[in-house]
Design a protein around this ligand. Structure first.
Ligand SMILES: [Zn+2]
Length: 253
């Protein structure tokens, strides 16, 4: 069969046609391919450079903007690599209110996490603000575009917990660890950065819940300070002993 097909193809080759039209067709195809590839390169270049340079201190300093709305294939790969037993949205967990930020490039890019290797603790640095206000601030960045920032969870002054970003997506909170960590922002009543008892109890509970879900030990619970040296969470940076007792409380049997 192959032989006859090859022979047929050879027979069909036009013998009296000059080579010029074939050359022009090939050249046109090459030119079109070049234009498509060049256009694609330019587009992906601008997408990466714009928001990244504006992100400054708020955690968006990695490769975040290559896909604002992650495609199904990337999400499937991320989920296959995730060995945790936790659902991505904790709507059935008592004590957690789910109020997800809508997909947008400044606070919820929809980029899959590459895994979960740590939980990063933060403070809001905005004394007296509530969990809902902080969640709404993250959501408002979609319109204002003033910076890139978000957190998977915010814990309020009364100990209330709001989930803002699904656990299989990146938040913009922990700089170069955005890609493999879950972030928790904690509200605080004053400039000392100390948490209320209610906030602390919820933080211990939530951190334990996540650490068990992801199989993390004490080394897998870190401060923003441990990532970049930023004074966050302030109280746990200035009081190393309190930080250690917090971690002991999380992992005590
Ligand atoms: Zn922080």
């Amino acid at each position: 069969m192959r032989r006859s097909a090859a022979g047929g193809a050879r027979l069909k080759q036009p013998t009296g046609v000059r080579p010029a039209p074939a050359f022009i067709i090939v050249a046109a195809i090459v030119l079109i391919a070049f234009i498509i590839i060049a256009g694609w390169l330019v587009r992906s270049g601008t997408a990466l450079s714009g928001p990244e340079s504006a992100a400054a201190d708020n955690g968006m300093t990695d490769d975040g903007f290559d896909s604002i709305f992650a495609d199904a294939e990337a999400r499937a790969i991320a989920q296959a690599a995730d060995h945790s037993q936790l659902p991505s949205v904790l709507e059935d967990v008592e004590g957690i209110t789910v109020d997800l930020i809508p997909l947008n490039e400044y606070s919820r890019p929809g980029v899959p996490l590459e895994g979960v290797n740590a939980i990063v603790i933060h403070y809001t640095a905005n004394p007296g603000s509530t969990a809902q206000q902080n969640r709404n601030y993250f959501a408002s960045l979609a319109d204002s575009g003033e910076t890139s920032a978000s957190s998977h969870f915010v814990i309020g002054l009364e100990g209330e917990i709001i989930q803002c970003v699904p656990l299989d997506e990146k938040s913009y909170c922990s700089n170069n660890r955005n890609s493999d960590t879950i972030s928790i922002e904690c509200c605080h009543p004053d400039a000392s950065g100390a948490f209320t008892d209610a906030t602390m109890q919820s933080l211990i509970w939530l951190t334990r819940y996540l650490a068990e879900g992801y199989g993390l030990d004490s080394d897998g619970v870190i401060r923003h300070y441990d990532v970049t040296g930023k004074l966050c969470p302030l109280y746990f940076v200035e009081h190393e002993d309190e930080w250690e007792s917090f971690k002991e409380a999380v992992f005590e049997k």
